[in-house]
Structure formats: structure tokens, C-alpha cells
Design a binder for this molecule. Structure first.
Ligand SMILES: C[S@@+](CC[C@H](N)C(=O)[O-])C[C@H]1O[C@@H](n2cnc3c(N)ncnc32)[C@H](O)[C@@H]1O
Length: 197
């Protein structure tokens, strides 16, 4: 089980929030499911609380777990600024024991793609199974791969996003490469961050 490279800018909560500004279209879905399945809710890989904080604002009890301290630091800062209560826990989604069960476990925003092999996927799923109540629900949001993306030239860089540098100097430009291995059916995406000079 390889630890993720949390030194990478991808795991910096300030950069994540700048890059994902305006990404809110999934929130009504998670709120409606929480109304249906009940709380406490557990969010796997909660990041900066993009989903957990809006759920807490709707008065759901929620626990968010994530491996990156810089992401959780941003989550804590925002939830205390907004007066919302979320239980933030730093742990690995492949190996956690929270000592309680949940009727609703969520895995938003394609984050399941961070589980890079079958061993990681099975480890995470067995942790989730241990944390679900007997009739609990586990909801995963993941995209359907587009053929034209899978067929991209792995040596080429494609545009990904641009956002204002959270340190206040210029624009950060993110590009990506795509390498799809047909035998394993694994699509490897690399993000490249270009900071302003
Ligand atoms: C795309 S962000 C998603 C954050 C949040 N769920 C959202 O919807 O905005 C991916 C998150 O996965 C976390 N992550 C990646 N691998 C992890 C692991 N093995 N255990 C816990 N968190 C992990 C990262 O730290 C990052 O916060």
C-alpha cells in the first residue's frame, strides 16, 4: 500500500479550493440523499469540506476523513469560520477504524480514482463495510470514461484548469497527461502545475 504524495500541490487545500471554485452542482444531490438515508454521514476523502460543510449547514451530523493535513487544515478553517460542526479525522481511506457505524457513507467527486489498484480498492471497501449500519447505503460518484480521452496520446499535455494563485501572485496553469493501459483497463492521469514566475 503506497502512501500518496501529499507534498504535491494537488493536496494543498488552498490550491484545491481555488481550482474547484464554483463546483457546487453535486451538493443538492448529496443533501437529498442524506435526507433519504439519514445521518450520521461519513464522507471518504473529504478534502477541504466542499461537500461536508454544506451538509453540516443542513444540520446533518457528518464525519469527514482525509489523509492530507493541508486539505483538512483548510476544511477546519472554513467550518469554524462558518460556524458549522464537522468531525474531521486524518486517516487513510484504505485503513481506518472510527469505532462507530453510519447509515450513509459517501464518496463524491471521482475520488474513488485515487484507489490505484485492486488491493487498495478492496481495503477501502472492507473498511466501508465495517462502518455501515446493516441497512446503510454507500454512494459513489464516478464519471464514465470518454473514449476520446482514453485514446489520447500519453506523451501530450492537455489543458486542465487555470486559477488565481492563492498566494496572490498571478495564475496557476494546470495541464494533464493521460495514459490508458488497455490490458489492466487503468487510465493514469498526471497533473502538472505551472506556478506564476
Ligand atoms: C478530488 S479531492 C476530493 C475532495 C472532496 N471529496 C470533494 O468532493 O471536494 C481528493 C481527496 O482525496 C484525498 N485522498 C487521496 N488518497 C487518500 C487516501 N488514501 N486516504 C484518505 N484520503 C485520500 C486527498 O487528500 C484529497 O483531499
Amino acid at each position: 500500500m503506497k502512501p500518496p504524495d501529499i507534498e504535491h500541490l494537488y493536496f494543498d487545500g488552498r490550491h484545491y479550493d481555488q481550482r474547484c471554485q464554483g463546483l457546487t452542482q453535486d451538493i443538492p444531490f448529496w443533501v437529498s440523499r442524506a435526507r433519504k438515508y439519514g445521518d450520521p454521514v461519513l464522507e471518504l476523502a473529504c478534502g477541504t469540506g466542499r461537500v461536508a460543510i454544506p451538509l453540516a449547514k443542513e444540520w446533518f451530523l457528518i464525519t469527514g476523513i482525509d489523509i492530507s493535513e493541508p486539505m483538512l487544515a483548510e476544511a477546519r478553517r472554513k467550518s469554524s469560520r462558518e460556524g458549522t460542526v464537522v468531525e474531521w479525522i486524518k486517516t487513510d481511506i484504505r485503513d481506518f477504524e472510527l469505532g462507530k457505524k453510519f447509515p450513509f457513507v459517501i464518496f463524491p467527486a471521482n475520488t474513488i480514482c485515487h484507489l490505484l489498484d485492486l488491493e487498495d480498492l478492496e481495503a477501502c471497501l472492507s473498511c466501508v463495510k465495517r462502518h455501515l449500519t446493516p441497512s446503510g447505503r454507500f454512494v459513489i460518484e464516478v464519471f464514465s470514461p470518454r473514449l476520446d480521452i482514453l485514446l489520447r496520446n500519453p506523451k501530450e499535455r492537455y489543458s486542465h484548469s487555470e486559477y488565481l494563485n492563492p498566494d496572490g501572485k498571478g495564475t496557476v496553469i494546470v495541464t494533464k497527461s493521460n495514459a490508458y493501459d488497455t490490458a489492466s483497463q487503468i487510465n493514469r492521469i498526471k497533473l502538472f502545475y505551472k506556478l506564476p514566475e
